[in-house]
Structure formats: structure tokens, C-alpha cells
Design a protein around this ligand. Structure first.
Ligand code: SF4
Length: 340
């Protein structure tokens, strides 16, 4: 009985906190499922501040899902440039085409979940916010708030933990208000019960917060450590010949699929081995989700075009901006000497 009351109070307090503290985000003033879905995909691995600028950029260029579906993959990747995790952009584009083919945005949880790039969290967020489906969206913010308030020490990245939190999250869900409640939890985790300096002193849940009572705020939630990130080394040659340079589109099955890059050292044939290369950058570090990259960047200016390894093409240097590139490559290109 006591636990039921606590659940009821928790939900009520979260909703009333949200009324006072909600963040005025542009996708919150619409019920357009496309606009909401776009915001959720952008925010999957991006902070709100940066994500908001990209959301505006996409909505301006592709106001409807049909516009996005009609674009080329290159256009979408170019607009996405700088956000990282490019598979999100490719999936977004494929899903847009899927939606147009199916004659409109899916309205059930299963069908939203079936879209490319949409996982359990995104499906629940879009379904509840756009269509008011009664489903709890559980992300890092929600794990943290629930683990702390209810004093749960089960690791959040285990099957058991995921199940336990999912059950609790749906018990807490106020039926008919899932969209508002899920957004309230997102904001509460982002503003109030933050990872490193939660504002417990002014928290409306302080009285019932188990972590605060037992001095475990900093210890919760518990997450099992992952294995160390793998390192990978890359080396590129930027060839300059009569105002042109050589690039290729990265193939499937590796990082940065579909994006463009200069000549990779390991593709170079011996004709290029003997030339004088100028080292511009050594060991530039770039961190991806599963890997740490270290890149060297060489420059070679030549009057005669060498034959290129398979897959590479010549492009005018001033047109390089038209090709979507990974962030690391953009950073390397900043070190290039000016054209004479
Ligand atoms: S009291 Fe502190 S730890 Fe507990 S819910 Fe509030 S902000 Fe989070």
C-alpha cells in the first residue's frame, strides 16, 4: 500500500515540477510525428543545444517527410555533417522513404519500432508524444532518476536491470498522459537530477528519495564497466594537382559508410611511395563510440596526376565542401597549406 502511494506521489510531483520547469523546445509545440521523430533521432547522441540548431536546419530544408524522402543520401549527409554517428542520418533517410512508401507515419508502437534507426526508447518517445500511446520511454535520464529515488542498485546495463526498470517505469506511467510524463522525466533528469551535481537541496522529491536518505546519490545508478575502447590508426595523403584533389566514398561494412575522405595510405601503390610527402598532422585523436582513432595527415603537391587506387576520383578543391565528410577529416583538412 505504502509503495503504491509512493508511486502515485512520485508521478504527481514529476508532472507538477514539469509544469513549472519545462524547457521550451521547438518540437514541443507541434504534434507533427515527423518533426518529433526527427528531434528524437538527432538527440540520440547529441546535446539539446547543438541538436536544436540541426533540427531547425532539417525542418527548413525538409519540412515534410516527403521532402526528406525525395532528397539524395549525399544531401542528407551533408546537412548532418558535424553531428557524428552518421548511421543515424542514413537510417533517417531510409526510414523516410519507408514511411512515404507506406503512405504515412506509423501510429502503433510496433510499426514505429520497425522504422530504421528506431529503438525501444525512440519508439516509446515518438509514440507517446505524437500519438499519446501509453508507453514509458526509458533512457539514461530515467534510469538515473528511478535508481536514485527508489534506491535501486541493479546495474542498468544488464538484462535483469533493464527488465526491473522497465516494469517500474510502466507502473509509474499515468495513463492518458504518457507523452507529457515522458518529457517531464527527460527534463527532470536533465535539469534537476543531473549525473554529477543533482540539485537535491531544492528537489521536490527529496523527502521520499531513497538515495538521498541513504547517502548513495553519487553511487546510483550502477553501471557495469565495459571493456576498454580499441585503438585504430589511420593515415591519409592529400594530393594536390592543378587545383584538384583525390577522394573516395567510404564503403559499407566499416566506420563512416558513405562519407568522403582523402587517399588512405594503405591504398597507395608504389608509384606514390617514393614521392616527398609533407607531414602536416601527427596522431590527431578522435573518439568514436567503440574506438579511439589516431590519424596522420600528409600533403603532396604534384604537377602530374598519378594514377589513383580503385574507387578514388578527382574533384576540384573548391568543391570539396559539397562532399559530406567525417568530423575527423574536416579537422585534418584545416591544416592544409593555401593554394598558390
Ligand atoms: S533528491 Fe537528489 S537524487 Fe533524489 S531525486 Fe531529487 S535530485 Fe535526484
Amino acid at each position: 500500500m505504502y509503495f503504491c502511494d509512493m508511486i502515485h506521489d512520485f508521478t504527481r510531483i514529476i508532472l507538477s515540477w514539469f509544469e513549472e520547469n519545462r524547457r521550451p523546445l521547438p518540437w514541443r509545440s507541434t504534434r507533427d510525428a515527423y518533426a518529433i521523430w526527427l528531434s528524437e533521432i538527432i538527440l540520440q547522441q547529441t546535446r539539446i543545444q547543438q541538436g536544436e540548431a540541426y533540427w531547425y536546419r532539417f525542418m527548413e530544408r525538409f519540412p515534410t517527410v516527403e521532402d526528406l524522402a525525395a532528397a539524395t543520401e549525399d544531401e542528407v549527409l551533408r546537412l548532418w555533417q558535424g553531428l557524428g554517428y552518421y548511421s543515424r542520418a542514413r537510417n533517417l533517410h531510409m526510414a523516410a522513404r519507408q514511411i512515404v512508401q507506406d503512405d504515412g507515419f506509423p501510429q502503433t508502437l510496433e510499426r514505429i519500432r520497425a522504422l530504421k534507426g528506431v529503438g525501444d526508447y525512440t519508439a516509446a518517445a515518438v509514440g507517446s508524444i505524437a500519438f499519446n500511446l501509453d508507453v514509458a520511454a526509458v533512457d539514461g535520464n530515467v534510469y538515473r532518476v528511478l535508481a536514485r529515488h527508489f534506491g535501486i542498485g541493479t546495474p542498468i546495463n544488464t538484462t535483469e536491470g533493464k527488465h526491473e526498470f522497465a516494469v517500474l517505469a510502466s507502473e509509474l506511467l499515468p495513463k492518458g498522459k504518457a507523452g507529457t510524463y515522458n518529457q517531464a522525466m527527460m527534463d527532470f533528469g536533465a535539469i534537476q537530477c543531473t549525473p554529477s551535481s543533482p540539485r537535491c537541496v531544492i528537489c521536490p522529491l527529496a523527502e521520499t528519495c531513497e538515495a538521498l536518505r541513504s547517502g548513495r546519490v553519487e553511487k546510483l545508478p550502477v553501471k557495469l564497466k565495459k571493456t576498454q575502447l580499441k585503438e585504430r590508426r589511420l593515415a591519409y595523403i592529400y594530393i594536390r594537382c592543378k587545383g584538384e584533389t583525390a577522394i573516395r566514398r567510404r564503403p559499407a561494412g566499416d566506420i563512416w559508410q558513405g562519407l568522403w575522405e582523402p587517399v588512405e595510405m594503405e591504398d597507395v601503390q608504389c608509384t606514390m611511395c617514393d614521392v616527398q610527402l609533407l607531414l602536416l598532422v601527427k596522431d590527431m585523436k578522435h573518439v568514436l563510440t567503440h574506438r579511439i582513432l589516431y590519424a596522420d595527415f600528409y600533403f603532396w603537391e604534384t604537377k602530374e596526376k598519378p594514377s589513383l587506387p580503385e574507387g578514388y576520383i578527382w574533384v576540384r578543391e573548391e568543391e570539396l565542401d559539397d562532399y559530406a565528410k567525417p568530423r575527423l577529416i574536416v579537422r585534418l583538412l584545416e591544416s592544409l597549406p593555401c593554394q598558390q
